[in-house]
Design a protein around this ligand. Sequence first.
Ligand code: ATP
Ligand code: MG
Length: 319
Amino acid sequence: MAEIRTIVTVGEILVEFVSHQKNCALEQITEYSGPYPSGAPAIFLDQAARMGAATQMIGGVGDDGFGRRILRRLREDGVGIDGITVSDEHSTGTAFVSYYDSGDRDFIFHIAGTAADAFTVRSGVFAPAQTILHVSASSLGISSMRDKIMDAVRSVGDGGGLISCDPNARPELMNDPVTRDAMFEVMESSSILLPSTSDLDFLYPDLSEDAAVEKLLNANADIVAVKRGAGGVTIVSNGERHDFAGYAVSEVDPTGAGDCFCGTFVSLISQGASLYDAGMQANAAGAIAVTRRGPMEGNSNPSEIAQFLNSRSPKENIA
Ligand code: ATP
Ligand code: MG
């Protein structure tokens, strides 16, 4: 992958407000913190940039305070922002989130009709042959986003670049035939697949985990990373398998851990790291992410990850 230079995402960019009060169901009048920069593709790409990859974000924000907050954050972390459309007509997309004691969460998203989906993908903003396009498949459930993402997937696939995909195969996405078809098309085009164990259960209910991974490797994937939340991760490639147990951390906010994991992993692989090193560091980055409140606030950089790994005995981490 040495000739691949830039990691690109196309998708929703938002600010998020997090309720201080659990169980409020977004119904109570209570305090919120925000605006936190958010949106799965943006969280992913911010982490990929922090890990040293060249990146390009394609999406939209409004010409307002929320949009400026996001742009400043991405710029400071080294994310390429030339692909972001700043809209005069639409305001920045927002999300509100509240947690329950069980860890479940309620979301209210405002994406349709905001700057988050009013952007255009300008021609020339990425060079297909030098691109790794990452698709967070939850974005495919947003109808206004889907065609833009699928056009980019086809252009990168046809142009000799690479696709990576986090399937996020939630039932509401899988139950919509158009979204489901798009998700399978992206997965079939992907050389790096980053499903969670629950994604594999939804995608292949009749297959064991090993059989599902085998099926993915026999299709087009070169690398499959199976995310297990607190249980860690397994990285599988043809002839190679690495199991990493999860690190014991106290979970404050799990939102964004999956994207942070994927951003770390794809960034390191794009820079020539071994599967073992990329898996080890991404597993640590995911663990760090859950200890911090806020969707993108859990992202980290190589020195924080090195410090985290140095503070743990490697033995604790062999599954
Ligand atoms: P999402 O709910 O955002 O879709 P995901 O299912 O894609 O998340 P997770 O498996 O929750 O992703 O998290 C990604 C990785 O982060 C895990 O594989 C693991 O390495 C790390 N991780 C996540 N949660 C924890 C935790 N509680 N303790 C330690 N590590 C964790
Ligand atoms: Mg996920």
